[in-house]
Ligand binder design. Structure first.
Ligand code: 3AL
Length: 173
């Protein structure tokens, strides 16, 4: 899909296609549509990220809370979004043994208790072996720093999803 195609989309089509670039936050795509035309993919991505950066802290935390836990209940129930399912399964998080799943559930709960939002990590840039260590490491962050780190992960996830949709080389976008 090229940028001319993106710029020609009506509101409904744009939100259908880009509504989950930021997990379960179609409102962001809805707001970005108003800012067309986009000069290129990078410009499109910039608008998604600028929206996130401009939110008050409560809105930024709201975005994080829209993310399902890694290897959590939604995955077990089969209610993940298609994108999240693909990402978690690619990282091996859908085939954990009971012990690994329990360990992760415990760490996820500790993280949520400390920060008030779920642990978010771009699963496609990680794997099942690395996730628990990363979670433990971030559990010791200061809250303000951790909010920035988590939003950085949301942007990495969005970057890869956008690149997929536009069929671009994600390292170039
Ligand atoms: N909790 C969390 O990080 N969830 C996400 N990460 C990712 O790569 N896809 C998700 O849904």
């Amino acid at each position: 899909m090229n940028i001319e195609k993106v710029n020609s989309m009506d509101f409904g089509e744009f939100v259908d296609v880009f509504g989950n670039v930021i997990e379960r936050c179609p409102l962001i795509a809805a707001a970005v549509w108003s800012q067309r035309p986009f000069s290129d993919l990078e410009d499109l991505e910039k608008h998604f990220f600028a929206f996130i950066d401009a939110l008050p802290q409560s809105g930024q935390e709201g975005i994080l809370r829209c993310h399902p836990d890694l290897a959590g209940r939604e995955q077990q129930r089969g209610t993940l979004s298609a994108e999240s399912q693909r990402e978690q399964s690619g990282a091996g998080l859908t085939s954990l043994g009971a012990d690994e799943r329990q360990q992760l559930a415990k760490l996820n709960a500790q993280y949520r208790a400390r920060f008030g939002f779920p642990f978010v990590l771009a699963a496609r840039l990680s794997d099942r072996a690395a996730v628990p260590g990363e979670l433990e490491r971030r559990l010791h962050s200061q809250p303000a720093q951790e909010l920035r780190t988590a939003l950085g992960e949301v942007k990495k996830i969005g970057h890869l999803r956008l690149a997929d949709l536009l069929d671009a080389d994600s390292s170039r976008l």
